[in-house]
Design a protein around this ligand. Sequence first.
Ligand SMILES: *Cc1c(COP(=O)(O)O)cnc(C)c1O
Length: 355
Amino acid sequence: MTVRTRADLESLPGYVPGRSVPGAIKLASNEDSLDPLPSVVTAIAEAASRINRYPDSGAGELTARLARKLGVTEEQVSLGCGSVTLCQQLIQATCTEADAVLFPWRSFEAYPLVTQVVGAGQVKVGLTPGHALDIDAMIAALTPEVRIAFVCTPNNPTGTALTRAELERFIEAVPSDVLVVVDEAYREFVSDPEVPDGVEVAKEQWARGRDNVAVLRTFSKAYGLAGLRVGYLVAPEAVTAAVRKVFVPFGVNALAQVAALASLDAEDELLERCRGVVAERSRVHAALVEAGYEVPASQANFVWLPLGERTAEFNEHCLANKVVVRAFVGDGARVTIGTPEENDTFLAVARSFPR
Ligand SMILES: *Cc1c(COP(=O)(O)O)cnc(C)c1O
């Protein structure tokens, strides 16, 4: 006899990670292309000699450090095994099967997956013709079932970001008992001064008594720790307390905790790397536009090519030329900004795509 599992698992699509192809340049997962900083590797190596012990389940030192840096209390910070785990915990903490999760689409691949795992309903809201979040449509799509709304800015995979006015307009339109989660996985790559710091926006909203705004950040992208899995939530205490209720104990491992602390020590160096990525993003964007591609302005460490029906063909062309991009067939391709050499290789491949 086979084990009886949940019948609805059949309909779960499963997360598709960016591919790794031996010998190819990987621009598929929005990782940092540069090697980890030596100081971070040293901290990990030193901590490795103590891995017979459980980690600090509450990640106390890292929590305190982040709280100080962000100007919030320790109770307003919650660590997770990557911010994707925090997305799932937030949904588990707010929704049952009778409730729904609102999110833009296309956006982060994990939103529909973790929503389905919890069994909640989905309210997917299409983007604008310019590939940005459609705030009016998101407001119009709010239903009484919606308990949590994700706002991905900059949006993965289109790279577009909300202005302060747009973000505030959305927050103000959402009932105060519905949680708004501003997913800022790419915050450190934002260069447009019109795009606000979500934590600052959240703190202003809390000060006005709106305790329904939370922010997600991660060490995976700008801090180069994708392989270690650590992200954080900044939210009012009632929200972090709820999220901790659905926390898997010891979720953030000991090496991730020390690596995150070492990365905060080396923050200047890492943010300098981000500025390098931003400069390369402008160069890649200009070169692609010059080559005749439509490319929305990106505030993240990737660009989006809305190739529609030609996406699969473009993906095959890139793979044939040893460049791995992230293709969403029928929609577009997301290309991570790598080192200048990697970007040059990609640009040559993009220019040679028959158009
Ligand atoms: C990469 C990403 C995350 C999560 O990354 P983790 O590695 O789980 O911290 C969250 N949101 C968006 C939009 C992302 O692109």
